[in-house]
Design a protein around this ligand. Structure first.
Ligand code: RB5
Length: 145
């Protein structure tokens, strides 16, 4: 299950993402928002991030105008590793190296063609499972460092 969260800036692109996930037969849970009326991105970023953190969803996709506000929000939720990606190299690398569980994008930064390729790259790239990456990911949450 993929958690989706966006604000008004991300709403039109999120509709494209949903169509694409439908075409791929991938299940998602949409945490809003539900129109282009102005809303506050932390509300929707938090809802989607909490669903990933509590295991209800394995992955998440977040979209706001820049992708920045909603990714900052999601990364405040323990256990969430949200990666802001506007290219496929970063989307693959963050899966391989960071085991990122949420993808964030900015709808005012990239167009839908690239965004959908980034979505596919993010969803289809496995974590490397290499020891050094596992160690570094553990260190992110380690309060003793
Ligand atoms: C909304 O205007 C905009 O601030 C928001 O979508 C996002 O870009 C914030 O980081």
């Amino acid at each position: 299950m993929i958690a989706l969260g966006c604000d008004h800036g991300g709403y039109p692109l999120m509709q494209e993402v949903k169509k694409h996930l439908d075409q791929r037969g991938l299940a998602y849970k949409d945490f809003g928002c539900s129109s282009e009326d102005a809303v506050d991105y932390p509300v929707y970023g938090k809802k989607a991030a909490q669903a990933v953190a509590n295991g209800e969803c394995e992955r998440g996709i977040l979209i706001c105008g820049t992708g920045i506000g909603i990714s900052i929000t999601a990364n405040k939720v323990k256990g969430v590793r949200a990666a802001l990606c506007h290219d496929c190299f970063s989307a693959a690398a963050t899966r391989e190296h960071n085991d990122a569980n949420m993808l964030a994008m900015g709808a005012r930064v990239i167009g839908p063609g690239l965004a959908l390729k980034i979505v596919d790259t993010f969803l289809d790239t496995p974590f490397s499972n290499e020891e050094r990456h596992i160690r570094r990911i553990r260190m992110i949450e380690d309060e003793a460092i």
